[in-house]
Design a protein around this ligand. Structure first.
Ligand SMILES: C[S@@+](CC[C@H](N)C(=O)[O-])C[C@H]1O[C@@H](n2cnc3c(N)ncnc32)[C@H](O)[C@@H]1O
Ligand code: SF4
Ligand code: SF4
Length: 350
């Protein structure tokens, strides 16, 4: 009960900042996704993290991460999402969480679920936990490695047993979208009363696998069937608003709209992207990047400081991407009324 009240208080502080952004037009990095480690116990075939287990990249120290948290807090961040690599491989992850808690930041984490039991005391202090599960056993293990399915499922069940708010996350692929996988994800999430989130894959062409990648048409088919899937009981979190923008995307040949394209397209056919505008990603090395699509486009905050690295992103020439995950984040942090209701309902019911 006390932790639920704390989460509501912290969530309110984040929303207040988003309101400030919306009504003053200021650029504030309210939500920051922070890669706290380069290490991971898995090697998923589709992973976009370039620094993963790299010998060339230094692992961030606890003091280094506290310094990042200080700087982003001063810049207005009230909502931090810890990712990696695998955040739970860090022995000091509880110290990191405690430090963010001491600043009353709303804390999200995304994990592969393997070390939920080992880190359960730390995880009880997280406001929202996303656990990645890429379909049924066959689909998940093909992407995330043999034996991973069982460990992930155990992690999800253990977190829920300990009262943690959990959401399941799957990347949209041929495997997760197979009838068998969808049926499994639907039954599994409904049985455990957890919501399900999907996002598209962002990956360089040379890393793409033909039996994994959905074609543009297949993705479009998913957006179109979304309402039916939801009606049939698939507990997807994405709001109808975000899905509608995917369906009416105005430039079939392009996945990104740039400023130069704007005169050619109706204003209501896209939602202006908020990534790089009210939120940002910080890589293991300290690069401040707008989104996974523009990975390595940012300046390094350890060299120039967060404030300058954030300022560097103020003139992005991209306006919107046909990416459900980014659009969902944009409509939600853009405080679209319907999406806010959807997000709050999802949070309250998880
Ligand atoms: C990089 S992982 C880090 C956290 C943790 N290791 C995990 O797998 O959940 C964060 C999320 O990004 C997703 N992801 C990884 N590579 C991706 C890619 N190329 N495109 C889109 N999402 C990706 C993962 O499935 C996971 O849900
Ligand atoms: S578990 Fe997460 S960080 Fe590790 S390889 Fe898979 S997607 Fe990447
Ligand atoms: S418009 Fe696309 S490329 Fe630009 S920040 Fe948003 S998601 Fe990234």
């Amino acid at each position: 009960m006390i932790s639920a009240i704390k989460s509501i208080y912290k969530g309110r502080r984040a929303i207040q900042k988003l309101v400030e952004v919306k009504f003053t037009g200021k650029r504030i990095p309210v939500r920051v996704s922070l890669l706290v480690t380069k290490y991971c116990n898995l090697s998923c075939s589709f992973c976009y993290v370039e620094e993963l287990n790299s010998e060339k990249v230094a692992e961030p120290s606890l003091e280094g991460i506290k310094n990042i948290l200080d700087q982003i807090y001063d810049a207005g961040c009230r909502w931090v999402s810890f990712i990696g690599g695998e955040p739970l491989v860090r022995n000091d992850i509880e110290d990191i969480i405690d430090y963010a808690c001491s600043k009353s930041m709303f804390i999200e984490m995304t994990t592969n679920g393997f070390y939920v039991k080992k880190r359960i005391e730390a995880l009880k202090k997280v406001d929202f936990l996303t656990i990645s599960l890429d379909g049924d056993e066959e689909s998940n293990n093909k992407s995330r490695g043999d034996g991973s399915f069982q460990k992930i499922v155990e992690g999800i069940e253990y977190a829920l047993k300990n009262g943690i708010k959990v959401r399941v996350h799957a990347v949209l692929s041929k495997r997760t979208m197979s009838k068998k996988s969808l049926k499994f994800l639907s039954d599994f999430c409904n049985r455990l009363k957890v919501k399900l989130n999907f996002s598209e894959i962002s990956l360089d062409d040379d890393k793409r696998e033909p039996d994994f990648d959905l074609s543009d048409n297949e993705l479009m088919e998913f957006y179109r069937s979304y309402k039916r899937l939801k009606k049939n009981g698939l507990p997807i979190v994405s709001s109808d608003v975000a899905i509608k923008y995917m369906e009416k995307w105005p430039l079939p040949e392009q996945t990104t709209i740039y400023k130069k394209d704007l005169p050619e397209i109706p204003k209501d056919s896209y939602y202006p992207c908020k990534l790089g505008r009210n939120q940002v990603f910080i890589s293991v090395e300290g690069n401040v990047n707008p989104c996974p699509q523009l990975w390595s486009h940012g300046k390094n905050m350890h060299e120039v400081g967060f404030a300058e690295a954030w300022k560097h992103l103020e003139d992005l020439d991209c306006v919107s991407c046909k990416v459900l995950g980014c659009t969902e984040q944009s409509v939600m942090t853009g405080l679209e009324p319907k999406t806010m209701v959807n997000a709050i309902t999802n949070f309250a019911s998880s």
